[in-house]
Design a protein around this ligand. Structure first.
Ligand SMILES: [Zn+2]
Length: 62
């Protein structure tokens, strides 16, 4: 299983060196929890947490 890094800006998870959502390179292994956002426009949870694009995100980033 690949080690995911979380973006400190938008909390997206990625295995790359650059965030696929916002393009930031400020990534960390220090995160907890996973949330998959399938349809951010319909998901109240995704909206309340500020996830605007489809993808997988960390719930908490330190
Ligand atoms: Zn990001």
């Amino acid at each position: 299983m690949p080690k995911y890094k979380a973006c400190r800006i938008c909390k997206a998870l990625t295995t790359e060196d650059r965030c696929p959502i916002c393009g930031s390179t400020d990534l960390t292994y220090n995160w907890e929890g996973i949330i998959a956002v399938i349809d951010p426009l319909r998901s109240k949870l995704a909206q309340s947490l500020g996830y605007k694009k489809q993808g997988i995100y960390a719930l908490r980033v330190r």
